[in-house]
Write a protein of this length. Structure first.
Length: 230
């Protein structure tokens, strides 16, 4: 799934007819729900959701999926929000590029991978199981809760490095790495590490469309706009 900023609300779907017929969607209280009933296909499934750059408030997935939140273009600036909530509880790969957000909340469970880069004022991160969460260009405080074998990486914005202080808890074999800033983690297990490392290179991820599916159960992904129907 590709989520992209634009000047209007729009959902585009390209797939084989049996998959199109299996896709479900609805809008309730400003939340767009996209789900799929049992279906099988050998072809690519392309879902593109377009909405104004100030309207994205949350992205949540409860099933295995690849989700890409696109940067802006010369014609339309990237997504910007005071509050943004990103959540996954399955084998989800979610990448967000060039987002501007004052307060970001990320919750990753299972085998999910979440990467967000842009301009992040402050963040709350919960990572459980074998989840991997990475944030880049953080300006302020970060609260973390790492459980299990989770891996958390936070990169400070170089201009605000002294303001990025990581606090919170870690349990089990969770690992917290940070580039810049400080880490003051309450360790509940001797296996937990809070390690200063070099900054990573965050490459822009190419959009990878889902294909060769054989779904035998229904699942749903949802996204919230600012009270506007998608």
């Amino acid at each position: 799934m590709l989520i992209t900023p634009g000047d209007k609300y729009q959902v585009e779907l390209t797939a084989e007819r049996p998959v199109i017929d299996a896709i479900t969607s609805s809008v309730t209280s400003g939340i767009l729900y996209i789900g799929v009933d049992p279906a099988k296909s050998d072809e690519s499934i392309k879902i593109t959701v377009t909405l104004p750059n100030s309207a994205l408030k949350s992205v949540q997935s409860s099933a295995a999926a690849s989700i890409f939140i696109a940067p802006g273009t010369p014609a339309c600036a990237g997504f910007s929000a005071k509050e943004l909530f990103i959540s996954s509880n399955s084998a989800v790969d979610l990448y967000a590029d060039s987002i501007t957000v004052d307060n970001l909340t990320v919750a990753g469970t299972g085998a999910s991978t979440i990467e967000v880069q842009g301009s992040i004022g402050s963040a709350i991160i919960t990572a459980t199981g074998s989840a991997n969460v990475s944030l880049a260009k953080v300006k302020g405080p970060v609260q973390v809760n790492g459980v299990g074998a989770s891996d958390i990486f936070v990169e400070a914005d170089p201009a605000f490095g002294e303001r990025m202080i990581i606090t919170g808890t870690g349990l089990g074999a969770s690992h917290v790495r940070h580039a810049g800033g400080e880490c003051d983690l309450s360790k509940l297990s001797s296996a937990i590490k809070c390690e200063q490392v070099a900054a990573r290179t965050f490459a822009i991820k190419p959009v990878v469309w889902t294909r060769d599916i054989d779904i035998n159960y229904a699942s749903t992904c949802e996204g919230r706009s600012r009270g506007t129907y998608l």
